[in-house]
Structure formats: C-alpha cells, structure tokens
Write a protein that binds this ligand. Sequence first.
Ligand code: SF4
Length: 234
Amino acid sequence: MTTATRTEELKALAEKASAELADATALEALRWTAETFGDDFIVASNMQDAVLIDLATKVKSDVDILFLETGYHFAETIGTRDAVATVYPDVKIVNAAAEQTVAQQDAEYGPKLHDRDPNLCCHLRKVVPLRKTLSNYSAWVTGVRRVDAPTRANTPIVTWDDRNGLVKVNPIAPWTDDEFNAYIDEHGILQNPLVGEGYLSIGCAPCTAKVAPGADPRSGRWAGKSKTECGLHA
Ligand code: SF4
C-alpha cells in the first residue's frame, strides 16, 4: 500500500470514528484505539500525572508512552516519569529528544533561547521530535481536555491530525476538573509533586510558574510572554 493510500484510509477511519465515538467514554475511546491500531499507537504524557497512562493500561498494559525529553524538565517531572515506569512496569516509555542537546542549541542560537524566541525553542525541542516520533505510528492519544483553554473548547474525541498525518484520540476531552480530580483520588493515581506546590500546568522549568489560587491553570505557562501553546496541539 502506498503512503498516500494509507493516509487516505486513516483519514476516512478518523472521520467515521469521530462521529461514532463523539459521546464515547474514555475507556470506550481507548478500547477502540487498541482494537483498531494494536501496537501502532502511542500515548503522550507530560508527566504531570498518570491519569491517561492509567486509563490506557486498562486496555493495553504494554502501551507505548511518549515523553518529550526537552532537556529543560524539572527534576520532579523526570522523577514522575521514572515512577511511572515502576508503577506500570509493562509500559514502554519512548523518550523523544531534540536533535541538539541544550548545550549544542545554546552554541548555535545563543543561551536561553526560550526567553528570546520560545516559539523556535518549542519547535526545535518539542514539535520536531514529536513529529519524528509520531511518524512511526498510525494514531496518538493525548490528555487534552476542553476545559484546558478556550482554544481547546471544541476538542473532539477522535479526529484527523493533519499536521502530523495520523489519527488523534483525546479520550478525556469532555472531562471536567472535578471528574479529573475524582479519578485521581478514587484510583490513587501518581501525580507530579509540583502540582501540590501550585504548578497546575507543568511544562519545561524555564517556562513554567506557580499559579495563584483561583487563576487559570495555564496562566503559569510562558508567563509574561505572548505565547500560550507549545504548538503540539494547534
Ligand atoms: Fe523551550 Fe520553554 Fe518550549 Fe521548553 S517550553 S521547549 S524551554 S520554549
């Protein structure tokens, strides 16, 4: 089968599933993903918590987990990734790194590119490694929720990711914060310890700040810069 034919086939599959699974529960969406794609899908996690990982392992214990290893993570985030490997021993964590180390990037672009041109920094350290890793799969699963931000308010459960050329599944898109937190409490889900310290949306250390009580959780990302998204879910 040619690449173009495979792409058209996946696109049609996504369109059909988008309608059929519009009201699916998280587990129904994940079960469909596992039954449809077998080993050919990956679950993305920023290691803020293991909610999505926990759900995914209920339908496929040895699921692939994508972690963007930007070189700028908090030690607690790396610790959470390592704890996930212990709590869910069958999962395969795929660490997607940028082509350049931080030191090599600093040598080419100057230090602290994240302060001067965060879009370029995110492109080099997140968007490109993501695209490269996703090219090995037919579908990816994300923890995007509609309540995350106004730009995510219409997130479908299944869609076609045109930029990366594969099916995108967002099983917990409809979950409210209360539903999300209840799942953590009821199932004793692993969380990044920084959440308890007021970091309510965790990304790279230089671009993540604590959030004031009651403020928008994503207001701590790229605070003071005209940027609200990495470009992964645009
Ligand atoms: Fe660079 Fe900040 Fe983007 Fe991380 S979040 S890749 S440090 S700009």
